[in-house]
Design a protein around this ligand. Structure first.
Ligand SMILES: [Zn+2]
Ligand SMILES: [Zn+2]
Length: 385
C-alpha cells in the first residue's frame, strides 16, 4: 500500500478503504449519480473555495491531457466516410481549442487515429476494424491527419508542443500546446524510417496498437494472434526509443506490454485506461500487475473518464486515486480521450480545473496533484532524449 493510502485519501468512500481496495472490496456508494451527458451530474461535492483552488492551480501549474482528439480533428478532410465516422459529425477544432483555453489546459496530446478509415462500431458496442488497409492508404491517412495538426499550429490556433520548453512557454503565455501523437502504429508498416519521419513532423508519441490488429502486435480487444510483440514490433519500439518518440501502450495486450517493457530503454506510457475491479471488468481495463509493468522505469498510466465502470466525475476521481494507490503518485496522469471517448463522464475542457480541485479536496498535496496533472508526463517527455 502506498503512503497515500495510509493517509486515507480515499477515506471519503468509507472506513478502511485503502485496505479494502487492496482486497478488492469497494463499498457501494450510498447515492449514485445517474450519468448525465450534459455534464450536470458530476457527483462532486466541492465548495466554492475548493473550485477556486482548482482554478488557481491550473493557472500556476502545467497541466497536460496525455491522450486526446480535440474537436475530432482527425475527421477533417476524411474522404471515405462510413456509418461510424458519419455518426461522429463534423470536426470542431476551434471550439475545442477555445474550451481548452478557458479551462487552462496547458497541453494535450493531439492524437491522429491511424486506423480511422477501417473502424466501425461492432455488435458488442466497441470499435473494430471492418476491413484491411489498401496499399498506400495507411501512410496517406497519416499524412492527411498530420496535415490537419500542422495547420493548427501554423495558423496559430494551437501553440507548438514538441519539447518540455514549449509546454512551459504555453503555460507562461496562457495558451494550449498541441503535442502531436498518433493512435496506432499502422502507418509505420515495415518502414522503420517512418519513425524518424514522424519525429520530424513533430510527433512525440505513438500508441503502437489501436483497434486494428497490426504489424506490431495485438490489441487487448481482439483474440490474440501473437504471444507479444512481433519481431518487427520489437524493432519499432527500439526505433521509437532511439528517435525520442514515446511508446504508448494503451490498447496493447498484456503480452505486447510485457515484451515492450523488456525491449524499451525509455519510460513509456499507457495513456488512457483504468484498473479492473472485482465488480467491473472490460477488455479496455487493466490489472494492477499490467499497470505496474508500465510504471517501471519511470513510466506513467493515464486515467480515462470513459463510461466503463464509472458514471460521474466523482467516480472517475475514485479511479484516479485507485491508480495512485496501485502504482504511486509519480506514475499517474490524466488521459481524457476527448472528443472520441466512449460514454464520457467528463466531456468539457472548461471543467478541467475541477480535476485538480477534486484531487486537492480528497487530500493530495499540491505537489502530488501537479505531478498527476502534468509533471509526470513532462518527466517522461524529457527522458526520451
Ligand atoms: Zn484509445
Ligand atoms: Zn483515443
Amino acid at each position: 500500500m502506498s503512503p497515500l493510502s495510509r493517509r486515507g485519501l480515499l477515506g471519503g468512500l468509507g472506513a478502511g478503504l485503502g485496505a479494502g481496495l487492496a482486497a478488492g472490496a469497494l463499498p457501494a456508494r450510498a447515492q449514485r449519480q445517474i450519468f448525465d451527458p450534459q455534464g450536470g451530474g458530476t457527483g462532486l461535492k466541492l465548495s466554492e473555495a475548493q473550485v477556486a483552488a482548482g482554478r488557481a492551480f491550473v493557472a500556476k501549474h502545467a497541466s497536460v491531457d496525455i491522450h486526446a482528439h480535440p474537436g475530432r480533428f482527425f475527421l477533417r478532410g476524411l474522404a471515405q466516410q462510413n456509418a461510424t465516422t458519419r455518426a461522429m459529425g463534423e470536426p470542431f477544432e476551434a471550439k475545442a481549442l477555445a474550451d481548452m483555453a478557458a479551462g487552462h489546459v496547458t497541453a494535450a496530446l493531439f492524437n491522429c487515429v491511424a486506423d480511422a478509415v477501417l473502424l466501425e462500431a461492432s455488435r458488442t458496442g466497441g470499435l473494430a476494424a471492418a476491413r484491411e488497409f489498401q496499399p498506400g492508404e495507411a501512410w496517406a491517412e497519416y499524412r492527411r491527419q498530420i496535415g490537419v495538426l500542422t495547420a493548427l499550429v501554423t495558423k496559430g490556433d494551437a501553440a507548438p508542443g514538441q519539447t518540455p520548453h514549449d509546454i512551459a512557454n504555453a503555460l507562461a503565455v496562457g495558451r494550449t500546446a498541441a503535442v502531436f501523437a498518433v493512435e496506432g502504429g499502422d502507418f509505420i508498416e515495415d518502414r522503420l524510417d517512418r519513425v524518424a519521419a514522424a519525429y520530424a513532423d513533430g510527433v512525440r508519441s505513438i500508441t503502437i496498437v489501436h483497434y486494428h490488429p497490426n504489424q506490431i502486435g495485438d490489441p487487448q480487444t481482439e483474440a490474440p494472434r501473437y504471444p507479444g510483440l512481433t519481431p518487427l514490433g520489437r524493432d519499432i519500439v527500439r526505433a521509437m526509443n532511439r528517435t525520442g518518440v514515446i511508446v504508448d501502450l494503451a490498447h496493447a495486450s498484456l503480452g505486447v506490454t510485457r515484451d515492450a517493457v523488456e525491449v524499451a530503454t525509455r519510460p513509456m506510457m499507457l495513456s488512457h485506461t483504468n484498473l479492473k475491479r472485482p465488480d467491473v471488468d472490460h477488455p479496455r481495463l487493466v490489472s494492477v500487475e499490467h499497470a505496474k509493468l508500465v510504471a517501471t522505469h519511470g513510466g506513467i498510466v493515464g486515467s480515462v473518464p470513459s463510461g466503463i465502470g464509472q458514471k460521474t466525475v466523482a467516480e472517475w476521481i475514485d479511479s484516479i486515486l485507485r491508480l495512485v494507490d496501485a502504482v504511486g503518485v509519480e506514475h499517474v496522469a490524466i488521459g481524457t480521450d476527448m472528443d472520441a471517448n466512449f460514454m464520457p463522464v467528463f466531456a468539457d475542457y472548461r471543467d478541467w480545473p475541477l480535476i485538480p480541485a477534486a484531487l486537492l479536496a480528497r487530500g493530495l498535496h499540491e505537489g502530488e496533484v501537479a505531478r498527476i496533472m502534468g509533471g509526470n508526463f513532462l518527466r517522461v517527455l524529457a527522458a526520451q532524449k
